[in-house]
Design a protein around this ligand. Structure first.
Ligand SMILES: Cc1cc2nc3c(=O)[nH]c(=O)nc-3n(C[C@H](O)[C@H](O)[C@H](O)COP(=O)(O)OP(=O)(O)OC[C@H]3O[C@@H](n4cnc5c(N)ncnc54)[C@H](O)[C@@H]3O)c2cc1C
Length: 307
């Protein structure tokens, strides 16, 4: 469903992020988890695109398989780092031809082995340019929906590390919306006050599109450390760290703390009538299912109706 229709109802959306599996076994496990997550009836699911386009083919395969074999509505991530316009168009055409409704348009980060990547050499240098490019693609009328793809972009409640000037950063975010983005999905955060302040700053800057809050239940110590690296800039509040430190460090006890924290975040986000909650699932279903269970609801429909 096109982003404009998804958010038109004014109900909180619930969505899940997956990344393309790295092996056949991981693919089987992912689809076992997806079967369970499907019962939670998410509004849409998103599929990441590896740094520098490294998962181009596997991202596409997973998106098409989700579209073919499940009832889920997949939203592919698309990044423009190191991607030629022809490569981007090829993907857009493929996605349009199978009726994919929305794209999460990102600049992306270069692969780790190319830290000196020069963005200015890319065909499209930043996400705002990719949004404008997708809009031009939409105007070609290739997509079965005459509006073309709905477009989401990334937002960073605690700020994007490359732009320490927060006033400038919000202007850059507004440029993506002005270029045609229909909604914003945020980086994960652990303190809702950061999100509410970000939402207020967006509104003050004239950014009126729906803003979906990124939530990641911590499941293991290792996962938490990896996330601190991947979602650079994300702040781990002292009360969360204290709660983690009180555990014996096992996945079971750290997972309980993580689910409890994420559940409280979600309860509070729902009380503040957020436009949407996006779960970073790390391709596992347990933590997300436990959050729903602890909120006392069967699926996303029930959550949206509690507003
Ligand atoms: C929800 C979400 C999903 C993500 N999924 C992926 C994924 O699948 N694959 C992946 O590789 N990465 C992903 N990322 C990470 C993201 O690609 C990186 O954080 C990247 O560094 C920024 O991407 P962006 O789309 O925000 O870029 P942009 O909006 O282009 O911003 C990049 C930086 O440039 C600055 N900037 C923007 N415009 C200007 C300007 N005119 N002048 C000067 N500076 C400017 C911004 O302030 C920011 O610091 C995701 C991030 C989020 C929040």
């Amino acid at each position: 469903m096109h982003a404009q229709d998804i958010f038109a109802g004014g109900k909180t959306t619930f969505s899940f992020e997956f990344f393309p599996p790295k092996s056949e076994d991981a693919g089987h496990t992912l689809f076992e988890n997806i079967a369970q997550l499907q019962t939670l009836k998410p509004t849409f699911v998103s599929v990441t695109y590896g740094a520098g386009g490294t998962t181009r083919k596997v991202t596409q395969d997973l998106v098409l398989r989700l579209k073919d074999e499940t009832t889920l509505d997949p939203m592919p991530h698309l990044t423009c780092v190191s991607q030629r316009l022809s490569e981007l168009d090829e993907l857009l055409e493929r996605y349009a031809s199978v009726g994919i409704s929305n794209i999460l348009a990102l600049r992306g980060d270069p692969p780790r082995d190319r830290p000196d990547h020069r963005f200015e050499d890319d065909d499209l240098k930043r996400a705002a340019e990719l949004v404008a490019h997708i809009k031009r693609f939409n105007d070609r009328g290739f997509h079965p929906d005459k509006r073309g793809f709905g477009i989401s972009v990334a937002g960073f409640p605690e700020g994007h590390p490359a732009t320490p000037n927060r006033l400038e950063e919000i202007e850059h975010l507004r440029a993506k919306v002005d270029a045609g983005a229909d909604s914003i999905v945020t980086q994960l955060f652990f303190d809702n006050r950061d999100f509410y302040d970000f939402r207020d700053r967006c509104r003050l800057a004239g950014i009126k599109v729906p803003i979906v809050a990124g939530v990641m239940p911590i499941t293991t110590l290792g996962g938490m450390k990896r996330m601190a690296d991947l979602a650079s800039g994300a702040r781990f509040p002292a009360p969360l760290l204290r709660a983690v430190n009180r555990t014996d460090g096992s996945s079971e006890s750290v997972g309980r703390v993580g689910v409890h924290w994420a559940t409280e975040q979600c309860r509070d986000l729902l009380d503040h009538a957020v436009d949407g909650i996006h779960f970073y699932t790390l391709n596992r279903s347990n933590a997300t299912r436990e959050v729903y269970a602890t909120l006392g609801v069967k699926d996303s429909t029930a959550l949206a109706e509690t507003l």
